[in-house]
Design a binder for this molecule. Structure first.
Ligand SMILES: [Zn+2]
Length: 495
């Protein structure tokens, strides 16, 4: 059992939603129900602090076209899959790769119409940078858009438009199904809570309110990414007006806002907000009793955001700003002074260790875009943790897959050795850190009196200071419990 209260504990007693006791099994008090954990490792459950539920769920529920060997086979699979869907559903599929086919021509719009019995069809290629679509979707994409193809194979802007239309055509029932699929998948990975980053551009009000109504899975904390919309966020049931409230874009598309230009293109990206807008938003959030937050990736965007924090502190007080526990999402490129700003205003850094795993290191995306020196300064987890910035780990799923142990491992083996976290520190950022990020300071640790939220792990292998060795196989989640209620696996007998 991974417990700072009693590292020798092998049993715990759950009473209602709390841990009533933990210690050696031989000393266990009597209980109404006894569950033999059969040597499973028990740890606090994970929290994923940045997810997009519906788009991930649609992928989980979508048609998997990986391994198809011809356009004909794609059409057969579309036909069989569409037959399982309501007549008004959109057929979403992914993973075809025509470069491996004897005849490298993907299905045409008319063929997709027939296979899906008239339902709209969107099938993304394996690399997700293009898609083939049915006639109905094709007719809704402007033929002048870059990347448009009359053969129904859409790239670049035309592809983004088609994806937006396809996702907007998802019915309420299909959306609910996707959300439930996502939550069940998260629970099965030992995740007991997620922070949904919703917003008017990236999802919708109905999407968020529908999600917040679902019960029986991980706890969902909503963030609504709209400027000056603290009252709306609160009315929608969100805990914050933030998340993907964009102060800039992303490095991959050269839109993250930089102080100095990109190495591989003559631009410094784009800042979408001014310090005054940031300040107004934060004051609005504090007035309405919700957290504020911003998506800020580049150093110029973070500088704008922190200038806004200083203005908000001047108009209210530093203590009021700190007490609101605002957040910044991603925070990928920042120096010591910017990190100092996070500390000064008590800002939670919601960060994604998988970004360093995917894009850090020599020859990878950060180095290509920023050059070696700035690439080394990205995702400075060690520097942030070292001066007391509260870190909350997340995946940004579907940008990177839900993989909490992978995130712990990525933070512990950062490409820049100086920025590595200890395994226990990284684990805390993915458990306790996520609860702290929503203002729940008691959660995320196994101790008497704490909420009974934990996960059971099989095949955890040899433990190092209480946690699985990072070079061993990923442990399998055998059960997940949220506030005393089983949400996955072998712990049904607890209730
Ligand atoms: Zn996001």
């Amino acid at each position: 059992m991974y417990s700072p209260a009693d590292p020798t504990a092998t049993a715990l007693l759950v009473d209602d939603d709390r841990i009533a006791w933990l210690g050696p099994a031989a000393d266990a008090p009597t209980a109404d129900t006894v569950v033999d954990l059969d040597g499973a490792l028990v740890t606090p459950a994970f929290v994923d602090a940045h997810v997009h539920t519906t788009s991930t769920g649609l992928t989980l529920r979508g048609l998997d076209l990986a391994g198809t060997r011809s356009a004909a086979e794609v059409l057969e699979r579309v036909s069989a899959f569409a037959a399982t869907l309501p007549p008004d559903a959109v057929v979403l599929g992914h993973g075809w790769d025509e470069s491996r086919w004897p005849s490298p021509v993907p299905p045409a719009p008319g063929e997709l119409d027939r296979a899906a019995a008239g339902r709209p069809v969107y099938l993304s290629r394996a690399d997700v940078h293009s898609a083939v679509v049915s006639s109905a979707l094709l007719s809704r994409v402007n033929a002048d858009r870059p990347g448009h193809g009359a053969d129904g194979w859409l790239r670049r802007d035309a592809h983004h438009d088609a994806r937006t239309v396809a996702l907007a055509s998802v019915s309420a029932a299909q959306r609910g199904d996707a959300q439930r699929a996502f939550l069940a998948y998260a629970a099965a990975l030992g995740i007991a809570a997620v922070h949904e980053c919703a917003g008017p551009v990236i999802s919708s009000e109905e999407d968020l309110t529908g999600l917040l109504k679902l019960t029986g899975g991980p706890a969902v904390y909503g963030y609504w990414g709209e400027l000056g919309a603290a009252a709306k966020a609160r009315d929608l049931g969100a805990v914050g007006a933030g998340g993907d409230l964009f102060a800039d874009g992303a490095f991959g598309s050269h839109t993250a806002h930089l102080r100095k230009p990109y190495l591989d293109r003559d631009t410094s990206g784009h800042g979408y907000l001014t310090p005054a807008q940031v300040a107004d938003h934060l004051v609005d959030c504090q007035r309405h009793g919700v957290q504020g937050g911003f998506h800020a990736i580049g150093d110029a965007a973070l500088s704008t955001v922190l200038a806004g924090f200083a203005m908000a502190a001047a108009r209210t007080s530093v203590d009021a700003v700190r007490a609101a526990r605002h957040r910044v999402e991603h925070a990928e490129l920042l120096d010591k002074a910017l990190i100092g700003g996070l500390v000064e205003f008590g800002i939670v850094a919601s960060v994604q260790p998988a970004f360093d795993r995917l894009w850090g290191g020599a020859g990878a995306m950060y180095a290509t875009r920023l050059g070696a020196e700035r690439a080394l300064a990205t995702n400075p987890f060690g520097a942030m943790a070292g001066v007391g910035v509260a870190l909350a780990f997340g995946s940004d799923s579907p940008v990177t897959p839900l993989d909490p142990w992978g995130a712990v491992r990525a933070a512990a083996s950062h490409h820049n050795p100086v920025q590595r976290l200890g395994v226990r520190q990284a684990f805390a950022a993915h458990t306790r850190g996520g609860w702290r990020a929503v203002g729940d300071d008691a959660h995320g640790v196994l101790a008497p009196g704490a909420p009974a939220t934990f996960a059971l792990w099989r095949d955890a292998g040899p433990l190092v200071r209480g946690l699985p060795a990072m070079d061993a196989a990923t442990p399998a989640c055998a059960g997940t419990v949220l506030r005393g209620v089983p949400i996955h696996g072998e712990v049904g007998a607890l209730r």
